[in-house]
Design a protein around this ligand. Structure first.
Ligand code: GFB
Length: 298
């Protein structure tokens, strides 16, 4: 989802000469293959969006893979970027790097000030290691490797598999199918009280290009909208846009996860970058596109 959004954005801006590989063509977890790829292609600018990602249940179930796959991908790519003299690399992480009970909104300086949320600790540990790796290569070798931590994302090419997806695509699918199949209720996980911030991936892509062109510092930059909603509010918004008239049933056997993850976006704001697509508009776009994928009418 993120890689294809960055590519769309770069193409729109007139960039050419891309070096692209799908995960089927190049397994970034395999050290030798990544070494060969960098040696042959010699990329100058690297957007490191590749990662093993998923929603709360996937993170909590596949704990070993979320740690192993992500560490392998980022270790191989960041190290080969150094070996092959990449001019600049942008590493992408996630807002789950912050402590579970960090003050809100989340400022960059809160990293490593408390315990992580247990459901996504393996993923968060890998992403924190990636930030520190970029900084270490900058300190020791002078590499211009930067990091950005986006909030919860959604958009084209999202994962709609109900077991592994994030909440937003899951709820779009659940309400859409419940409407089409006339189901009396839709099951939504947890209590509905956690707050989350959602950003359209096209906004993130714009921020990635902006940072690649303008930002050259250690540490990392938050990327978000600065606005959050409860899961209950999100569910009601999606229900209303889809036009579903049944009930919402809360499945409290499923975890809530972090109570709140709202990004402080003032660092990016000072650079005069801000997100453009608000949640309601983004939801409408996603709901339309899922409907056409499923060939049903919303
Ligand atoms: O999006 P989500 O899976 O991830 O869940 P996190 C957000 C909230 O929505 C949780 C609730 O409180 C879920 O219990 N929720 C309600 C649902 N219904 C559903 C549903 O049908 N599917 C899903 N998936 N959730 C992930 C991290 O955390 O966020 C990752 O595990 C990463 O590491 C990612 O940081 C951005 O926001 O809780």
């Amino acid at each position: 989802m993120v890689g294809s959004a960055i590519l769309r954005r770069l193409q729109k801006e007139g960039f050419e000469n891309f070096v692209l590989r799908s995960s089927k063509e190049l397994d970034l977890r395999v050290q030798q293959d990544v070494e060969n790829f960098f040696k042959e292609e010699k990329p100058e600018y690297v957007f490191l969006a590749a990662a093993k990602v998923g929603g709360i249940l996937a993170n909590n179930t596949y704990r070993a893979e979320f740690l192993y796959d992500n560490l392998m991908i980022q270790n191989n790519v960041i190290h080969q970027a150094y070996v092959n003299g990449v001019k600049k690399l942008l590493f992408l992480g996630s807002s789950c790097i912050y402590p579970k009970h960090a003050p809100q909104p989340l400022k960059e300086e809160y990293l490593l000030t408390g315990e992580l949320e247990p459901t996504n600790e393996p993923y968060a540990i890998a992403k924190i290691a990636g930030i520190k790796m970029c900084d270490a290569y900058r300190d020791q070798y002078g590499c211009n490797f930067i990091s950005a931590m986006p909030t919860n994302l959604y958009g084209p090419n999202d994962n709609y598999d109900l077991k592994t997806s994030h909440v937003l695509p899951a709820l779009i699918r659940k309400f859409h199918e419940a409407k089409v199949e006339n189901k009396p209720f839709v099951e939504v996980w947890g209590t509905g009280s956690p707050r989350r911030e959602f950003m359209h991936v096209d906004d993130l892509a714009g921020a990635c290009l902006f940072l690649m062109e303008n930002y050259n510092e250690p540490g990392f930059v938050n990327v978000g909208t600065g606005v959050d909603v409860t899961i209950k509010e999100l569910a009601e918004m999606i229900r209303d846009i889809v036009g579903y008239v049944g009930k919402i049933q809360w499945d409290t056997s499923k975890p809530d996860g972090t109570p709140r993850k709202l990004m402080d976006v003032s660092l990016l704001g000072k650079m005069e970058w801000e997100s453009r697509i608000d949640l309601e508009e983004g939801l409408r776009l996603e709901i339309e596109s899922l409907a056409s994928i499923l060939k049903h009418e919303v």
